[in-house]
Design a protein around this ligand. Structure first.
Ligand SMILES: Cc1ncc(C[n+]2csc(CCOP(=O)(O)OP(=O)(O)O)c2C)c(N)n1
Ligand SMILES: [Mg+2]
Length: 783
């Protein structure tokens, strides 16, 4: 297609001459190929720039498919049978939500998101997403959370979920169990791998997952593979700052193992994503600017002949100037309306569609609903090298719901259909359900030997098994590591050290250990020096996919800034959110990769639970393991730094996260006991918990661990008697409890001290000291 629409508009250029230029370019493209044509443009652009006539900056391409029809290749599947499978999934997804809401209208659920995403998902399931096998690690797929009914409905056809389970959608406590509303590995540990429903988390998690996969390969911990990380997002979801917050990292790291698919149905919950603008073009500019490979799949095959006829580029121009609000309106209007509003602006456009009846115009498909366009985009994405790819696919929200929802602003929350609407849906998608069954809205699964089921199973078998599917494949660690931690139990011999220093000492030891050394993943958001960790730069190196292309400024010093391709530290820069998603990738590698990586994410405690708590919840939902270390907690010794460090709240924020074991230790031996036991519980016994430990920067002499077998137990449970009062004759009794920052002050009092390193446990109990004594079987009084 030649877009010479601008020929007549450019002042000062003879249209004839312009036409010749265009024809010359076409000839180069035809005779020499695409690469030569691109080179030619590059040279011309550079020359123009040099002569002061550089082209105007544009981050956008026209509002058409990136892959033209003639380059899209053949669709390898059986399109008819795939359509039937998809229709059945659509029906069962809808039936699941509709039935659940008949039982109880407060149950909720979503129909419209999956209705728009069905083709995007199905082309992936039938042709791209590879399962995890013994030989191949499999692809990682983050699915749009609100589209979960479609994923359940597919698993039902696959024979993985029973009709009973579908029946109990969102009612997991029913007899025989049910299905969680959204992807949730805690609630459905054999099924879901990645919790995606808090929007904006999965794009960031996907980027750091893709980077972590490379990290494991570059460090020789897993073999190099061509496994991909796919993330399916909503267009509205991209407004979350986390969604686009790390896209430059992905291109900087050349993550061609990463593919975003953005379901551009132009709508979010309340209404249009950009009524007065064009979300596809906005996203294209952002991703192109960040160095991504952008593939737009906007128009279905029905549009191809129109674009072919569009020799003067009028149609492309017209589609480019309509705002999304107008585009959305076209979905709910008639063919006549479309003819008038899209084509009626120019007689030449009207002529283009004069032979197309209104009804055919109305049903011209969007790119994201055409398997051939979607397949072509996915194929180009998996074959692309050198940068990550984003596919911007145009779809219709509530596709197939007709008058009851398609393209309507209310569609997101649509969960009930009356009989007439169900009949229409049934007929449109050819579901073999009789009229008299409609009121019951039954699930439908064709017989096992039907072509649909056979085809679906064969495709998944070919691709290595079912997705999503969660399976823990790591082998437990065997060693107890007593020797590693022993030196920290005996105190510092009067030397003043901080608990941060003590922890870094332990980290250094762990990194040297033959069993766990390689598995430790230290993660820092530009705070390594603050925590005295710079010696680790040299010891294990900072991971960089490019090695170190420069001589560091401090190369002559002992602890220089060493970057290396097999570096172990993930120095993330100033992004606690990014660091946390690295933690999530490393903390779930025992399931994703079958590798027991042990993340230690060390950061300012003020910028952790308070700032990125949702990611920490996601880590819990994902059954992550590992250690979060909140530094400079409680109080600061850095003059004037009070507000950045006076963290009194992070333990309160840690309290409600059920799998997070939070400790506020005051002494090195407490940390040693907690970490050693944590490694045992998580990586030897396979408990799905993780740890939050605050460490401080006040230096004082670390005491030895008090004698007695109950101390270790007390530390881990959360409270133990640290010291009895020396004053035996006192009439008054004081109960002094302390942890972390307050403990040294508390111990200046002439009283018995009870250490409560597990601070969140203490919160509810603080009010009632005698209850606490009973709970921990402590002697009646400690003073
Ligand atoms: C962080 C967060 N905020 C709000 C919501 C509630 N919510 C669920 S879906 C939705 C709209 C989604 O729109 P979009 O991303 O465009 O996806 P679509 O359903 O249109 O495919 C909203 C606001 C959420 N799940 N997560
Ligand atoms: Mg949307």
């Amino acid at each position: 297609m030649t877009d010479n629409s601008s020929v007549a508009r450019v002042p000062g250029i003879d249209p004839q001459e312009m036409q010749e230029w265009i024809e010359s370019f076409d000839a180069v493209l035809r005779e020499e190929g695409q690469e030569a044509a691109t080179l030619l443009l590059d040279r011309l652009r550079a020359r123009a720039q040099l002569l002061g006539a550089g082209p105007a900056f544009t981050a956008n391409t026209p509002y058409v498919n990136t892959i033209p029809a003639e380059r899209q290749g053949v669709f390898p599947g059986d399109q008819e049978i795939e359509r039937r499978i998809k229709s059945l999934i659509r029906w069962n997804a809808l039936a699941m939500v509709v039935r659940a809401n008949r039982v109880d209208h407060s149950i909720g659920g979503h129909i419209s998101t999956y209705a728009s995403a069905a083709t995007l998902f199905e082309v992936g399931f039938n042709h791209f997403f590879r399962g995890r096998t013994e030989e191949f690690e499999g692809d990682t797929v983050y699915l749009q959370g609100h589209a979960s009914p479609g994923v359940y409905a597919r698993a039902f056809l696959e024979g993985r979920l029973s009709a009973k389970k579908l029946e109990n959608f969102r009612r997991e406590l029913r007899p025989d169990g049910g299905l969680s509303s959204y992807p949730h590995p805690w609630l459905m540990p054999d099924f879901w791998e990645y919790p995606t429903v808090s929007m904006g988390l999965s794009p960031l998690m996907a980027i750091y997952q893709a980077r972590f996969n490379r990290y494991l390969e570059d460090r020789g911990i897993k073999p190099k593979t061509n496994a991909k990380v796919w993330a399916f997002l909503g267009d509205g979801e991209t407004d979350e700052p986390e969604s686009l917050g790390a896209i430059t990292l992905a291109s900087r790291e050349n993550l061609d193992n990463l593919i975003f698919v953005i379901n551009c149905n132009l709508q979010r919950l309340d209404g249009p994503v950009r009524g007065n603008g064009k979300i596809v073009q906005e996203l294209e500019a952002a991703f192109r600017g960040a160095g991504w490979n952008v593939i737009k799949a906007l128009w279905g095959s029905d549009w191809d002949p129109l674009f072919e006829r569009d020799v003067d580029g009028l149609l492309v121009k017209r589609l480019g100037e309509m705002v999304d609000g107008e585009m959305q309106k076209l979905v709910v209007e008639s063919g006549a309306y479309l003819r008038q509003h899209v084509f009626g602006t120019d007689p030449r456009l009207l002529k283009m569609v004069k032979d197309i009846p209104d009804e055919a115009l109305r049903t011209l498909r969007q790119g994201g609903h055409d398997p051939r366009k979607v397949y072509a985009a996915y194929k180009a994405a998996v074959e692309h090298t050198g940068s990550p790819t984003v596919i911007l696919a145009r779809t219709i929200k509530g596709y197939g719901l007709g008058e009851s929802g398609e393209g309507r602003n209310i569609t997101h929350q649509q969960k009930k259909l009356n009989e007439e609407e169900l009949r229409e849906f049934r007929s449109r998608f050819g579901i073999p359900i009789n009229d008299d069954q409609l009121a019951d809205t039954p699930f439908y699964r064709p017989p096992e030997d039907s072509r649909e089921i056979q085809y679906l199973r064969a495709r998944r078998q070919e691709l290595g098994g079912y997705v999503p599917s969660r399976k823990v494949r790591s082998k437990p660690l065997v060693v107890d590591h007593d020797a590693l931690f022993r030196e920290f139990l005996t105190g510092s011999d009067g030397r003043e050290v901080s608990t941060t220093m003590a922890f870094v000492g332990m980290l250094r030891q762990m990194l040297r250990d033959p069993e766990i050394g390689k598995l430790v993943v230290p993660i820092v958001p530009d705070e390594a020096r603050t925590f005295g960790m710079e010696s680790l730069f040299r010891q294990v190196g900072i991971y960089s996919s490019r090695g170190q292309l420069y001589e560091p400024v401090d190369v002559h010093t002992l602890l220089y800034y060493k970057e290396a391709k097999d570096g172990q530290i993930l120095e993330e820069g100033i992004t606690e959110a990014g660091s946390m998603t690295s933690f999530i990738a490393a903390g779930s590698a025992y399931a994703t990769h079958g590798i027991n990586t042990i993340p230690f994410f060390i950061y300012y405690s003020m910028f952790g639970l308070q700032r990125i708590s949702d990611f920490i919840w996601a880590a819990a939902d994902m059954r992550c393991r590992g250690f979060l270390l909140g530094g400079t907690a409680g109080r600061t010794t850095l003059a004037g730094e009070g507000l950045q460090h006076q963290d009194g709240n992070s333990h309160i924020l840690a309290l409600p996260i059920p799998t997070l074991w939070a400790y506020d230790p005051a002494f090195a031996y407490e940390i040693a006991v907690i970490i050693q036991d944590g490694i045992r519980r998580m990586y030897k016994d396979g408990e799905n918990i993780f740890y939050y430990i605050t460490v401080m920067n006040e230096a004082y002499a670390m005491p030895p661990m008090p004698p007695g077998p109950e101390i270790r137990d007390g530390i881990l449970k959360g409270m133990y008697k640290y010291r009895a009062s020396q004053n035996k004759k006192s009439k008054l009794r004081a109960q002094i409890f302390g942890s972390g920052a307050i403990l040294m002050t508390a111990s200046t009092l002439n009283a018995g001290i009870c250490c409560i390193p597990r601070r969140n446990l203490a919160c509810p109990m603080f009010l009632n000291a005698s209850a606490m004594r009973r709970a921990f079987s402590l002697p009646p009084r400690t003073t």
